[in-house]
Unconditional design. Structure first.
Length: 211
């Protein structure tokens, strides 16, 4: 009985992840209508897991439900972007300060390893973006506050909706790398205040490039 009750949940979560990736890769563009029937048909599923998946994405802010019009991929306004970056700067700078003061040598070594991978990926923007995200996830994991991690995870999903990602602006990859190096130096020096400041600067510069 329990196995049967888990199956629908697993299915709609799989559908939600599939749609999430279609949104992030711009296969489903911001502002575009999501054809539930067509996608359900393509996937060979009923509309029930499709609707449940859309509810999950709506809760994450990736999808907007409009009365009698259906589901649309959320469009991020300039204010939305500023608000998201503002909150990320607050949450992740606090996390960086915590890591600088309390992280173990092993945790700092893991961050340093990711930073080195970031340096090696400077000429591959897609890989740079992926490792950059891994670095921020690893830092928050080391900060060990699951509530902050959950909030940041949701905010970063909305940030990915930005049509022109900041890292693709000319020169932004190199700038971001320098900012990561400054942050890494502060973390390794166990300077909580400076680490928090470096992270705030990183997000301020990211917002400027994204706007």
């Amino acid at each position: 009985m329990s196995a049967l009750s888990l199956a629908p949940r697993a299915l709609y979560e799989e559908v939600a992840e599939l749609l999430r990736q279609k949104i992030f890769t711009r296969e489903l563009e911001p502002g575009s209508w999501i054809d539930e029937l067509k996608i359900a048909e393509q996937l060979g599923i009923s509309r029930t897991p499709m609707r449940e998946a859309l509810k999950v994405l709506a809760a994450e802010g990736l999808v907007t439900m409009k009365v009698r019009r259906g589901a649309y991929v959320t469009e991020v306004s300039d204010k939305d972007l500023r608000d998201v970056y503002h909150l990320l700067a607050l949450l992740e700078s606090d996390g960086a300060g915590t890591v600088a003061k309390h992280a173990s040598d092993e945790q700092l070594e893991a961050l340093q390893d990711l930073h080195q991978q970031l340096c090696a990926a400077v000429n591959d923007r897609e890989r740079f973006f992926d490792i950059n995200e891994q670095f921020h996830v690893q830092l928050l994991s080391a900060a060990d506050n699951r509530w902050r991690q959950q909030m940041v995870t949701d905010l970063r999903k909305v940030m990915k909706l930005n049509r022109h990602h900041s890292l693709f602006k000319t020169g932004r990859v190199q700038e971001s790398l320098h900012e990561h190096q400054a942050l890494m130096d502060a973390l390794l020096a166990h300077d909580g205040q400076l680490s928090a400041q470096r992270m705030r600067e990183h997000f301020a510069n990211g917002l400027e490039a994204a706007s």
